[in-house]
Ligand binder design. Structure first.
Ligand code: BG6
Length: 503
């Protein structure tokens, strides 16, 4: 039987073409902590072609290839510890090159273009360019313009793609403006907006779990699901990022992007195929279905005060270095969302995220409706909770299903038990880092796990009114570091007769 052409999208070519990957912000934290370790690991796994060249660009006037290599050798070795293999690194490091320069400076970009040409001749990369913007967002549009001016954005040969890091705008107007500026130079298909949650193995498995198994789909709707809880909690504080964080806050930093991405994958309809267009069409539809928020009733924000996390004393947000005095920036958000769709009408989605919560854990819990209890006396089922399907994103990646079982013995009591699937135990391998998958996808030209223009803008449109309401009424509830957020977060569910899961 010949293959349905629509299904052919599933069989993707996974060997990248030769190319030059230019990293802007090559001496930054992201490059040394995530990008280079990811590329190094990909080389180890033989996922990169021999002639994939990595060219760093940053303001280090006296640097050339050697200082760049030495710097990364030191940093990556420190990050990888025992996983650092000097022999493999020795060959990997030969791919690394460096050109010093400043954004917005024509001469720097002319020098970059010259370097690209030299490397291209040496490594036969055929004009293929992947530009990675690992810089503060205020430079994104400038770099695209700089590339265009020296003819690096649209070249006669090969493909050119642009990876844009987060944050993508800080509200709807700024996201639209950035999209407009980038789209003047790069076509939408050439722009890869990163949301690293989409690169996580467990997040991708959500689609497989939902659409490769027959048993869930009949239950995946308002007839069987009571509500959904999405938790992304962190035990760390804002670390040394006050400059960024105090302008952003938890809503922009986590909810508008990562949590909403998780929500779209849980709620979307089956796409016609697993490729960038259809998957992102379905996700965007979910975002369009979200009912406008009732700020007073459906949203909670909090800020951590001093407390203790994991037995260690933790400062309050206001005591963190460089946080402006009296800041009311939120470090915790809880929100109730409702989707106006055939599948989800009347099923609330409760989202929460925060810094300095008791532990780092990300989980999506599908809480099912209760079975009629008529057959069992109330005292036998008092410990019984609803069936819950918990998709554990990180750590201890896995999936568990909770259901009621009879406690052995004559008493006849019923209580909850759990059936578990554990990634580590089942597959015996560590999941690759999100950045490995995303870099590979961008290199092979698969944008499925990147966010599209309309998707980003729709998510901002949803939260703009909330951001404005919070700006004009800047009081924030506090919660002690090491607790699950302010009391109002519990009230949010209590008003619907529900409680957050104990994680
Ligand atoms: C980033 C946020 O996007 O995601 C950080 O800016 C947050 O504030 C991080 O700590 C969480 O990512 P992960 O992969 O550790 O869950």
């Amino acid at each position: 039987m010949s293959e349905n052409p629509l299904r052919a999208g599933l069989r993707q070519r996974r060997t990248p073409d030769p190319a030059i990957l230019v990293i802007f912000g090559a001496t930054g934290d992201l490059t040394e902590r995530k990008l280079i370790p990811a590329l190094y690991h990909m080389a180890q796994e033989r996922l990169l072609p021999q002639n994939l060249v990595i060219l760093g660009f940053a303001r280090r006037d006296d640097w050339g290839d050697e200082p760049f290599r030495e710097y990364l050798t030191k940093e990556v070795q420190a990050h990888l510890g025992e996983r650092f293999d000097p022999r493999l690194w020795e060959s990997f490091v030969q791919r690394l090159f460096f050109t010093p320069g400043s954004f917005g400076d024509q001469a720097s970009f002319e020098a970059l273009a010259k370097r690209v040409e030299e490397l291209e001749t040496q490594f036969h990369t055929g004009g293929n360019m992947l530009y990675y913007l690992a810089t503060p967002p205020s430079w994104f549009a400038q770099i695209a313009t700089d590339l265009d001016k020296v003819g690096l954005a649209n070249r006669e040969q090969g493909w050119q793609r642009l990876i844009v890091e987060k944050p993508f705008g800080h509200d709807l107007a700024s996201a639209r403006e950035l999209n407009r500026q980038l789209n003047e130079i790069f076509r939408e298909e050439e722009i890869y907006r990163i949301d690293h949650y989409l690169g996580k193995e467990t997040v991708q498995n959500l689609l497989v779990f939902r659409f490769a198994n027959a048993i869930w789909e009949p239950l995946w709707n308002r007839h069987h699901i009571d509500h959904v809880q999405i938790t992304v909690s962190e035990n760390i504080g804002i670390e040394d990022r006050a400059g960024y964080y105090d302008k952003a806050g938890a809503l922009r930093d986590m909810v508008q992007n990562h949590l909403m991405q998780l929500l779209t994958l849980v709620a979307m309809e089956p796409p016609v195929e697993f490729s960038a267009g259809p998957v992102r069409d379905e996700k965007t539809k979910v975002l369009r279905e979200v009912r406008p928020l009732d700020v007073a009733r459906d949203t909670v924000r909090g800020q951590y005060a001093a407390g203790s996390v994991g037995g260690k004393a933790a400062k309050g947000y206001l005591e963190e270095e460089n946080v402006p005095e009296g800041s009311t920036r939120e470090t915790f958000v809880a929100i109730k969302l409702q989707l106006e769709s055939w599948r989800w009408q009347g099923v609330p989605f409760y989202l929460r995220t925060g810094k300095r919560l008791p532990k780092k854990v990300s989980e999506i819990a599908i809480v099912f409706r209760q079975a009629p209890r008529v057959l069992f006396p109330a005292d036998l089922t008092s410990d019984l909770e609803s069936n819950v399907l918990a998709l554990r994103i990180q750590p201890d990646e896995g999936i568990s299903l909770t259901f009621g079982a009879k406690v052995p013995g004559a008493g006849g009591r019923i209580r909850n038990v759990t059936m578990d699937f554990d990634y580590g135990a089942s597959f015996g391998v560590e999941s690759p880092e999100a950045y490995e998958r995303l870099l590979l996808d961008a290199l092979v030209g698969d944008a499925t796990l990147f966010t599209r223009r309309d998707e980003v803008e729709t998510a901002w449109a949803l939260f703009d009114p909330l951001l404005q309401a919070w700006e004009s009424a800047p009081e924030v509830a506090t919660y002690e570091a090491g607790t699950w957020g302010p009391k109002q977060a519990d009230d949010l569910l209590a008003q619907d007769g529900r409680t957050w899961r104990r994680l």
